[in-house]
Design a protein around this ligand. Sequence first.
Ligand SMILES: [Fe+2]
Ligand SMILES: [Fe+2]
Length: 157
Amino acid sequence: MDAIVLLREDHKTVEKLFKQFEKAGEDAYDEKRKLVDQMIEELTAHAYIEEEVFYPAARAAAPETVDHVLESVEEHHVVVWMLSELKDMDPRDERFDAKVTVLMENVRHHVEEEENEWFPEVRKAMGRNQLQELCEEMVKAKGRAPSEPLAVSSARQ
Ligand SMILES: [Fe+2]
Ligand SMILES: [Fe+2]
């Protein structure tokens, strides 16, 4: 297991939740609430470990990718605020599905950029050992990740 493999696994977990949401019936309010609560938990922890561990390490190892780092943090900022709004929104609210749809669009775009444009450059810049060490650090960070989306540092940036 290395840091990038771990992050890609998280992305897959979230994509599965998105697919389930898209398949859920219009009136499946309890199911949609449960899925969105899981998205909040997964995405908050994922943004946290990226911002606390991976992004700073990637910026140090591949300083030429700083634009990716900065853009990614801005994208996290939007996502964590949307998560925080969804936390308190009734799934019967007419805006609920629309907000989840835009959240999914944002996250999918973000994941695509991370995986296809940025991570390959980071992998090249970091050695195998560093990626493995970073993975251990991220697993530990996940254990102390907040459940509140706005506790992630990009929320305040
Ligand atoms: Fe990210
Ligand atoms: Fe990510």
